[in-house]
Design a protein around this ligand. Structure first.
Ligand code: GTP
Ligand code: MG
Length: 200
């Protein structure tokens, strides 16, 4: 499958990384998608790029097991991360990902924004809070993206939004705008594309 031009240029898979030493050269800006296992990170990347099979998505938590780099034109990277929190994988393996994830999120010079994905049905959990605190300490700007909004009604969505706004008010590295998305129905996808294209 060849790259199709969608927002900033053609998107292509570059590599899967399993250790900090495997990261590509920090020669362009990047944004990444973080969140609990199964929240919809890979699906969102597919929706954003319009390429269904680009990032592997599945109903089994723990599908993405490497830091997956995608090139967007020759100006930036988008990065799909393994989920944090519960995953269908041995404890030792999960611990290894978590360590890599923390090193990556706190130590990548060219990382401009972390999109922290939160399931609209569940709101921010303790592990989300921990990641947001890590990002505060590392002074890495993050922005919350609510996923799977197609699965809930307006009232529940408003409650979830309210609680999330409240949580974000305690995080200095948080970007205030919350993006509401559905990778299935397409809500918020164009908005998120536009946001990504303005990051420099
Ligand atoms: P890991 O790689 O395991 O951390 O998961 P992930 O965050 O990449 O989630 P993934 O994209 O693999 O999606 C998990 C499941 O949620 C899949 O069954 C998707 O089809 C489903 N899903 C993702 N986004 C949406 C959405 O917007 N709406 C609905 N209804 N389902 C979604
Ligand atoms: Mg994934």
């Amino acid at each position: 499958e060849t790259g199709r031009k969608l927002f900033l240029g053609p998107v292509d898979f570059l590599k899967g990384v399993v250790a900090m030493s495997g990261l590509p050269p920090a020669d362009r800006l990047e944004v990444c998608f973080a969140g609990r296992s199964n929240v919809g990170k890979s699906s969102l990347i597919n929706a954003l790029t319009g390429r269904k099979g680009l990032a592997r998505a599945s109903n089994t938590p723990g599908r993405t097991q490497e830091i997956n780099y995608f090139t967007v034109g020759d100006e930036r990277y988008i990065v799909d991360l393994p989920g944090y929190g519960y995953a269908n994988a041995p404890v030792a393996v999960v611990e290894k990902w978590q360590n890599l994830l923390k090193q990556y999120l706190s130590g990548r010079q060219t990382l401009r924004r972390v999109f922290v994905l939160i399931d609209a049905r569940h709101g921010a959990k303790k592990v989300d809070e921990e990641i947001m605190t890590l990002l505060d300490r590392s002074a890495v700007t993050f922005q919350v993206v609510m996923t799977k909004v197609d699965k809930i009604g307006q009232k529940q969505l408003n409650e979830s939004l309210e609680a999330t706004r409240e949580a974000l008010s305690r995080h200095p590295a948080a970007f205030p705008e919350i993006v509401l998305t559905s990778s299935d129905k397409g809500d918020g996808i164009a908005t998120l594309r536009a946001i990504i294209s303005t990051i420099d």
